[in-house]
Design a protein around this ligand. Structure first.
Ligand SMILES: [Zn+2]
Length: 158
């Protein structure tokens, strides 16, 4: 079962679409085997009012630290891709958030994830909340992370 493309906050104020290549990238990094390591990258997309369209998910670089229950992104490779897309798209495709995998069917953020997400949210150049995606074996966890605390969790629209 492929992941769903369209998501919304409970109040339907923020709609999110994940383009087909994004779904394919997330899908190909699911931690299927017991030996599979966590993976992750950044999410690039366009914003339309409060809505977000994710057009690209970067894949782990050789600098990232990958373990079974741990993933640490080394910013250099990912941010240079973000810069290149921003320039090539005439400043429309931007950094919108991050994704990583968990070896859980229906994933849930760890305490460390939350600390890291709030930190990343505060550093976003456009001041918007950060889109955080965790890829589980059977579903995605999608949250709009504010500068502090917990944000709205998005649910699939079918
Ligand atoms: Zn995590």
């Amino acid at each position: 079962m492929p992941f769903i493309n369209s998501w919304a906050t409970p109040d339907r104020r923020v709609l999110l679409s994940l383009a087909e290549p994004v779904i394919a990238t997330l899908d190909s990094h699911i931690q299927v085997r017991p030996s599979d390591c966590e993976a992750g990258g950044i999410l690039l997309g366009t914003v339309h009012g409060s809505n977000i369209a994710v057009v690209e998910a970067t894949v782990p670089t050789t600098w990232d630290k990958r373990l079974r229950f741990f993933f640490e992104r080394m910013p250099s490779g990912h941010s240079s891709i973000a810069r290149a897309r921003w320039n090539a798209s005439r400043s429309t495709v931007r950094y919108v958030g991050e994704w990583h995998t968990h070896p859980q069917d229906y994933p849930w953020p760890s305490t460390l994830d939350r600390i890291e997400w709030n930190k990343l949210s505060r550093t976003r150049a456009d001041g918007r909340p950060m889109l955080a995606v965790i890829v589980g074996r059977k579903g995605l966890y999608v949250e709009l992370v504010p500068h502090a605390g917990t944000g709205p969790v998005m649910t699939p629209m079918e």
